[in-house]
Write a protein that binds this ligand. Structure first.
Ligand code: AHR
Length: 330
């Protein structure tokens, strides 16, 4: 009897040690599913984590900060091992992220960053360079206008902004403004949020078209809003991509299709495919490696109908969408 008990205890201990060694729980607080980019981002991260066999807890906050705060607190009470976090806006996280730090759960920041990032303890961070993306949208436009021979014409520009308070929106807007100040012929006549969604992009563009007789250029902080706006432009009897130059950001397949169809002019890439970066970082953290406290920006390109247009201050040139659509993964 005693022998059986000892054997059972040993078996129990080795089993729990095994479970303890392999059971890692990764939790992801995602902001919602507002765009093609976001869906691709969620899929990329989720699939990469599941492929590693790690336990995975996912929360979709439906664009609400209070839902994200709740999710983070749930993750803490579930005592997860790592937290992946994208904040819908840049401010208002101090308290809850302090709680994450106090619980000593390593935090990996994805995509959008809190604005006081230097005061937060985080283990790794991956995000887009939003200011640079905005610069590229504006610079591509200025060079395209030059290619059309319209650089001396006064052109009216409207902007569809992303979610107010998100660094993806403020960054892109700042980048656009920085470049446009060197091109006084490109005059911003209206700028309003379309919340990064197709439906709001369509509705806001409709109101822009009602309020302004002459719109020559649309800069949309993401392609979903540009695609929504295209519907309003067509409904107003205008030709998108011709009567109005349309430039977006993200570069999903849907934008490539619109460019190839001649209804959109260019898109600046902002890759959502974070899965491999995240898994690599998590493996390093699990192995006890310290990752630098820096935001890693993936390389990005720009796609349009013909290619060859300079879109960055360091002289990069755009690629032809039709040549690259086959390689698109999102
Ligand atoms: O934060 C990245 C932005 O958020 C993407 O450009 C946009 O499509 C998304 O919703």
């Amino acid at each position: 009897m005693k022998k059986t008990l000892i054997m059972l205890t040993a078996l129990f201990l080795s089993l729990s040690l095994c479970v303890g060694a392999s059971a890692v729980t990764i939790a992801f607080s995602q902001i919602g599913q507002e765009s093609d980019w976001r869906t691709a981002n969620t899929d990329s991260v989720s699939n990469a984590i599941k492929a590693e066999g790690w336990d995975y807890v996912y929360d979709d906050a439906q664009q609400k900060q209070e839902n994200q705060v709740k999710a983070l607190r749930n993750f803490i009470s579930q005592n997860v091992d790592y937290i992946l976090f994208t904040g819908v806006v840049s401010t208002g996280w101090d308290e809850v992220l302090k709680e994450v730090n106090e619980a000593e759960i390593p935090l990996v920041l994805l995509d959008r960053m809190p604005d006081n990032i230097d005061d937060i303890e985080y283990a790794a961070a991956f995000g887009g360079d939003f200011v640079e993306e905005g610069r590229r949208m504006a610079l591509w436009t200025a060079n395209y206008v030059k290619k059309l021979g319209r650089e001396n014409e006064e052109l009216n520009v409207v902007i569809l902004e992303g979610t107010t308070g998100a660094d993806a929106a403020t960054g892109r807007q700042n980048g656009i403004t920085e470049i446009l100040k060197d091109y006084p012929n490109l005059k911003v006549i209206a700028s309003q949020t379309g919340n990064f969604t197709r439906a709001e992009g369509q509705a806001v563009m409709e109101s822009f078209l009602k309020a302004h007789d002459k719109i020559d250029v649309l800069l949309a902080h993401n392609d979903d809003m540009a695609l929504g706006a295209i519907e309003s432009i067509k409904a107003a009897g205008l030709q998108p991509g011709k009567d109005i130059i349309i430039v977006g950001c993200d570069a999903p397949k849907t934008a490539f299709d619109a460019i190839i169809a001649g209804e959109m002019n260019a898109t600046i890439e902002c890759t959502p495919l974070y899965g491999p970066f995240v898994v690599d970082a998590l493996k390093k953290l699990m192995a006890g490696e310290e990752l630098g406290r820096e935001v890693i920006h993936p390389e990005e390109s720009c796609f349009d109908a013909e290619g060859g247009i300079v879109y960055s201050l360091d002289g990069r040139v755009s690629e032809k969408a039709a040549d690259k659509i086959g390689e698109r993964l999102y």
